[in-house]
Design a protein around this ligand. Structure first.
Ligand SMILES: [Zn+2]
Length: 284
């Protein structure tokens, strides 16, 4: 993926031209389905990228489908299919949305987000960076305790498209290891920094048992200067729709507005009838 393509896609995303719905999933059967059973999983992503450097989203056209069967045996070895595009959204039954928080955990902001999620009994996803996770294992443990999903966002938040395959593998593998140590399970989900995916990332992610998840709506809380609570709230509420996966950040800069915005929009989304959940993965 070339940078200009990433930027083009990002512009398209910002313009609201978000790809919705079903795109071919390379014959794969991994489906993102709402976790109506409310099983936990955890998030957090490393703060390595300065907001200004973020290339942002390159969501593709997968859809996360509703879970039709729960309980992929965790212990059983599973074969993860190699995708060519990341998953972007959940296909929906009803008004289901997923909230994701990247680049943490950061002890300054992540606890505030967790507190709000707990207050409303909502599960979310945290795509953590290994270098952040290793210093904040207690927060990963809390994510596990409270039912959140933790995904892999690499160790140092590099632009993967500029790394060798062995470097990419190291970034991903080390992060899987620290997640397993602190969260209790190896991650099932992976998200490329800046949304910059390449073939090696898909292949290595699959080797490590992870499916690639992008997002549908970018709250753009990473821009400089920080957009402010009201703007973040407007973006999330404006982008709300069935199946949407929302991108926010709990690290990588001043995220106080992200923390406050969640306090504002979460109860309103719930009042509007949205079911905020996390996906479950299943292979047919
Ligand atoms: Zn990130």
């Amino acid at each position: 993926m070339k940078d200009d393509q990433i930027i083009t896609r990002r512009r398209a995303l910002l313009a609201g031209a978000v790809a919705l719905g079903a795109a071919g999933v390379a014959g794969a059967v991994g489906v993102l389905v709402p976790d109506t059973v409310e099983e936990p999983v955890g998030p957090v992503a490393g703060a390595a990228g300065a907001p200004a450097r973020r290339l942002a989203s390159k969501p593709s056209v997968y859809r996360l489908e509703p879970l039709t069967g729960y309980g992929v045996p965790r212990a059983a070895p599973r074969r993860t299919l190699v995708r060519h595009e990341p998953l972007l959204r959940m296909s929906g039954r009803g008004r289901t949305m997923v909230l994701t928080f990247d680049d943490g955990p950061d002890p300054r902001y992540t606890p505030g987000i967790l507190n709000t999620l707990r207050r409303y009994d909502v599960r979310a996803m945290f795509f953590v960076c290994g270098e952040m996770a290793v210093a904040n294992k207690d927060l990963l443990a809390r994510m596990a305790d409270e039912g959140h999903i933790v995904g892999n966002h690499t160790w140092t938040h590099p632009l993967l498209t500029r790394l060798t395959r062995s470097r990419i593998r190291s970034e991903m593998e080390r992060t899987c290891d620290v997640i397993e140590d602190a969260y209790g399970e190896r991650p099932l989900w992976f998200r490329a920094p800046y949304g910059a995916w390449n073939r090696a990332a898909f292949q290595l992610g699959a080797e490590l048992g992870m499916d690639p998840l992008a997002w549908t709506v970018d709250s753009r809380d990473w821009t400089e200067p920080v957009p402010g609570t009201r703007t973040i709230v407007d973006r999330v509420e404006g982008g709300a729709a069935p199946g949407v996966v929302v991108l926010s950040h709990d690290a990588g800069g001043d995220r106080s507005h992200t923390v406050q915005a969640l306090r504002d929009y979460l109860p309103r989304l719930l009042d509007s009838g949205y079911h905020i959940t996390v996906p479950r993965r299943q292979y047919a």
